[in-house]
Write a protein that binds this ligand. Sequence first.
Ligand code: FES
Length: 65
Amino acid sequence: MYICLCNAVTDRQIMQAAEAGARSRDDLARQLGIGLGCGRCVSCAEAVLNEVIADPPCPAGKLAA
Ligand code: FES
């Protein structure tokens, strides 16, 4: 699903950025351009980022205990 229409950024791209270490709106701006257009996507993008930070996916090949 597109989160940032100005820069055609999807929720999956935000999740991948979070998994790679993005931790703030500034990180998302630098890496993906989030918020650098109209800015309407910022709160939704932060919500996606915070979901991944709070509940990171299992590493590939490993099962949760
Ligand atoms: S929708 Fe992301 S900057 Fe406009």
